[in-house]
Write a protein of this length. Sequence first.
Length: 71
Amino acid sequence: MRTWERVGYTVEEVEFDHDLHEFNVVQSGEIIATITPADLDNMDAIIESLDAGDDVNGWEDGNGNLVCLNV
């Protein structure tokens, strides 16, 4: 599993459902959001965006909520 460092928070890839992984957004040692992709294609797109350095602030978490960071 991978971890992406951003200013003020990290995104941690965690096991979820077999090959499908979730992404915990951790700020100040606390999980403030979990991004759950709908399928493997969506998961790959999330990883690609994170690898490109994208910020997750404003992303949908997969449950209709927006990730809101205080950075």
